[in-house]
Design a protein around this ligand. Structure first.
Ligand code: PEP
Ligand code: MG
Length: 325
């Protein structure tokens, strides 16, 4: 069966009724070093920069980071590459920045750390902006935003770094597009205020579901409560698509959900058209997209958002999947 997916690896993802879906790569770990991997994706939707930080013995200096980012931008030079600023804390730790907390998922993590340790943010932004000046296909996004002033502060720093690099290099360049992740429920209800500050939103459904349902994403004991068909999750995801469309802000999604067959189908049905996932899921999800109808899926969405039980919603999408082979 995997051969079946293989054959269409490099073909763009378009539904039966002609809706083009952007399928991007979540990178950061090994990122299969095949030279032609860029032909299989529409760029990188999420580069988890903390993974490279986890492999060094001390904070990576600016020039080392610059070399990492340049290599990535070079490899995907015809497509956008979205690099997320350091997202440590919670389940990801750096040996040279020990964090001991009883409740790390609700603790010091993501953009909170970058703002409390300004040298981390400054160094990373400088390396990123310098790479953009050379390659022009960079996007930056920030993780774990939970309040407006965090975005305002990062944007000020970002503007200062762009000006700094500009005056050093003495060449004009377009600053990277700047986006934020939606992974904390408090953000969902303030998109009107966030929208003017960013170029795009990206839903981090792994964390969004964890915080929406109060279920630790990495605790198997409560794994059964971590359900992306939960009506609250489905309605929240639907709200995000509708709202970002009203605000005219591009919205993508980069949680694991986007790379799961039924998850991807549900997202298409809610109206998502930009999905980012691990390399191992790309061929399969593109295969599925090419065999479903966006119109039919949209009509399932009308039913799903009225359902009150996760089981019913799950069955709705599973039946559609069965009917379409
Ligand atoms: C997410 O939370 O969905 C996400 C993509 O970020 P991470 O899994 O790295 O927390
Ligand atoms: Mg996350």
């Amino acid at each position: 069966q995997s051969n079946m997916f293989e054959a269409e690896r490099k073909i763009d993802a378009e539904t039966l009724d002609g809706k083009r879906i952007t399928v991007q790569l979540n990178a950061g770990l090994n990122s299969s070093d095949d030279a032609d991997i860029s032909e299989e994706t529409d760029g990188i939707g999420l580069y988890r920069s903390e993974i490279a930080f986890m492999l060094t013995k001390t904070f990576p200096p600016e020039d080392l980071q610059y070399a990492w980012y340049c290599a990535l931008l070079e490899k995907f030079k015809n497509d956008p590459v979205c690099i997320r600023t350091l997202d440590i804390g919670s389940d990801k730790c750096l040996p040279y920045l020990p964090i001991n907390e009883i409740n790390p998922a609700l603790g010091w993590r993501g953009i909170r750390i970058s703002l409390d340790e300004p040298h981390i943010l400054h160094t990373q932004l400088r390396a990123l902006v310098r790479a953009q000046a050379k390659y022009k296909n960079l996007e930056i996004m920030i993780p774990m935003v939970s309040s407006l002033d965090e975005v305002e502060k990062v944007k000020n720093e970002f503007a200062a770094v762009c000006a700094e690099v500009q005056s050093e290099l003495k060449v004009e360049f377009t600053p990277p597009r700047f986006g934020m992740m939606i992974e904390v429920p408090s953000v969902v209800y303030m998109l009107d205020e966030y929208a003017p500050l960013v170029d795009f939103f990206s839903v981090g459904s792994n964390d969004l579901i964890q915080y929406l349902l109060a279920v630790d994403r990495s605790n198997p004991k409560v794994g059964r409560f971590y359900d992306f068909f939960h009506p609250s999750v489905v309605r929240c995801l639907k709200y995000l698509v509708d709202k970002s469309r009203d605000l005219d802000k591009p919205l993508s999604i980069c949680g694991e959900l986007a790379g799961m067959p039924l998850g991807a189908m549900m997202l298409l049905s809610l109206g998502y058209d930009r999905l980012s996932m691990n390399y191992s899921e790309i061929a399969k999800v593109k295969f599925i997209i090419r065999r479903v109808s966006a119109k039919e899926l949209a009509s399932l969405c009308d039913k799903a958002i009225k359902m009150s039980h996760a089981d019913e919603i799950h069955a709705l999408y599973e039946n559609y999947a069965k009917e379409h082979g």
